[in-house]
Write a protein that binds this ligand. Structure first.
Ligand SMILES: C[S@@+](CC[C@H](N)C(=O)[O-])C[C@H]1O[C@@H](n2cnc3c(N)ncnc32)[C@H](O)[C@@H]1O
Length: 506
């Protein structure tokens, strides 16, 4: 909250939406951080539906605390989405007082200023234009369940609320931030209202829903940055020693730590091969360079050398798989070791907390799954010269390979589902893809999503197309790194939230 206050513009405001069982605690915090003189309102949002309790009043309102950063704040009370509409009786009384543009007015006598009937309009009267509504109250009714808006995200908020708050406290071009953006309602509304926006969200599902929603409404290009993971941060914040955490993860994977602090372990695999296992650092992605270095070491390590290297990573560099493949090719036969890269599951922190004794670890190691990283293979792009300084590029996904599917196989049903899905994944990988995007002129640094295909949510879901076509200028703009070569980057996100990238050159 302190940070949010620092980030706010001087004439900006903050709205905190929280259930009524918490809002009074939060208010005390906000009074301290923003100052009591910056408290503006405790807004009450009323709704109805599913009144099921017979023992107490059904809770059908939420609180939204409204604070300004300073004593000078934007408040557009007369915006159509902010003001309250007139009562039906007032509208009726006023109905004749509308000009040719539909604007409301009252008629007043120039002499004395009293109200005049419409029949008296003339030189001795003037029209005083009035707003079409009244200044807003600190409570309002907004229907919770408008079906057409639903994305399927549990805690999704109605568009109308965000419209009201954003229109009241910002102007076009201003920057709106929602640090708990969920399904992205705030961002979608900010985009529609020509505001710039920033959102952050912890969950992969929220990010996927938000992205699909913004793409669907044809938002201007935006970036998605992965800036670390709450649980990873927690490991640092709780003062945990990294090597201890690495050793615990090794044990959860079934490997014995090789020494105290290297993050390396040894495991006897089901097929009898002795594997060298490496656990990455929580705050940096595993790069192809690191993987090659580890592989080189592993081939010679412990006198005998290992035939298989397992990498357990929190995150991998963009284009990891492809970069590692080309490193292997460049080394020809020198790198014989098999390298398998797996993801450390995002809920590992919960497991680490529970793993107190050796028995705990053994019991938990059955549950924790380290899935192999999926990878993406693109076909060689086809380039058609259109002769007018333009080219048509066709790009197709050759394969999206998912090594494992996060379905528990402990029950018979689980095993059947797993087998069925693995078969589908092999025969028709497109059904696994939630979203894929292309940056036709990748600068090697920032992925700009210029073309997208996505599955959609709920009933609107459909299998994505796997081929993209685009007409582009020739030659590639100078932004592409290697002079005249165009570098195209592709990013795929699957329905389980895994992502994979590839880069192709034309
Ligand atoms: C009530 S929901 C927001 C719903 C949103 N207004 C909408 O319309 O969909 C709160 C969101 O905050 C996210 N969240 C919780 N802790 C977070 C954190 N530390 N950083 C980022 N997001 C977080 C949750 O995953 C959840 O999606």
């Amino acid at each position: 909250m302190q940070l949010m206050k620092r980030l706010l513009a001087e004439d900006g405001s903050i709205y905190i939406h929280i259930g009524s069982n918490m809002s009074h605690y939060i208010k005390i915090m906000l009074d301290e951080i923003f100052g009591r003189d910056c408290f503006r309102n405790d807004l009450i949002w009323l709704y109805e539906g599913r009144e099921l309790s017979h023992t107490e009043y059904n809770a059908k309102h939420d609180n939204i605390l409204f604070y300004s950063k300073s004593q000078k704040w934007i408040f557009n009370w007369n915006h159509p989405s902010v003001r309250e509409s007139l009562k039906e009786s007032s509208k009726k009384a006023m109905s004749r007082f509308k000009d040719e543009n539909g604007k409301w007015f009252v008629l007043r006598y120039k002499d004395g200023g009293g109200f005049a009937p419409l029949e008296d309009e003339g030189e001795h009267t003037y029209r005083q234009y009035v707003p079409e509504g009244i200044p807003p109250r600190d409570w309002f009714f907004i229907d919770y369940s408008r079906k057409s808006e639903r994305t399927g995200y549990d805690t999704q908020k109605p568009i109308a609320i965000l419209e009201k708050l954003i229109c009241a406290s910002s102007n076009e071009g201003d920057l709106v931030a929602d640090f708990f953006c969920g399904s992205g309602t705030t961002l979608a509304v900010a985009e529609k209202l020509n505001r710039r926006w920033i959102g952050s969200e912890l969950g992969k599902v929220g990010i996927q829903v938000t992205r699909a929603r913004l793409v669907e409404q044809e938002a201007k290009p935006f970036l998605i940055e992965n800036i670390g993971n709450y649980q990873r941060e927690m490991i640092y914040l709780t003062g945990g020693k990294i090597y201890k955490m690495q050793n615990l993860i090794l044990k959860l994977y079934g490997a014995a730590p090789r020494d105290k602090m290297s993050g390396l372990g040894i495991r006897k695999a089901e097929d009898g091969i002795e594997e060298l296992v490496y656990v990455g650092y929580p705050d940096r992605p595993v790069t192809a360079g690191k993987a090659e270095e580890l592989a080189q070491q592993a081939q010679k390590l412990d006198g005998r050398g290992y035939k298989r290297l397992i990498i357990l990573g929190w995150d991998y560099e963009y284009n990891y798989h492809q970069a590692l493949e080309s490193r292997k090719r460049a080394l020809k036969d020198k790198l014989k070791i098999e390298v398998i890269s797996r993801d450390i599951p995002p809920d590992i922190y919960d497991y680490l907390k529970k793993a107190k004794t050796e028995e705990d670890i053994e019991a938990l190691s059955e549950k924790v799954k380290f899935y192999e990283r999926p990878y993406l293979k693109m076909d060689t792009p086809e380039v058609k010269d259109l002769k007018d300084g333009k080219v048509e590029i066709s790009l197709e996904i050759k394969r999206y390979v998912l090594m494992d599917i996060p379905i528990s196989q402990t029950s018979k049903k689980g095993q059947e589902d797993y087998a069925a899905l693995m078969k589908i994944a092999k025969d028709n990988f497109a059904v696994l893809i939630d979203y894929w995007a292309i940056d036709w002129d990748y600068d090697g640094f920032t992925f700009k999503s210029q073309w997208q295909a996505f599955r959609g949510n709920g009933k609107k879901a459909k299998t994505v197309i796997t081929e993209a076509k685009e007409i582009l200028e020739k030659p590639a703009p100078a932004s592409s790194k290697q002079g005249k070569k165009r570098i195209i980057a592709v990013r795929v996100v699957d329905i389980f939230g895994n992502d994979a990238g590839a880069v192709v050159e034309v």
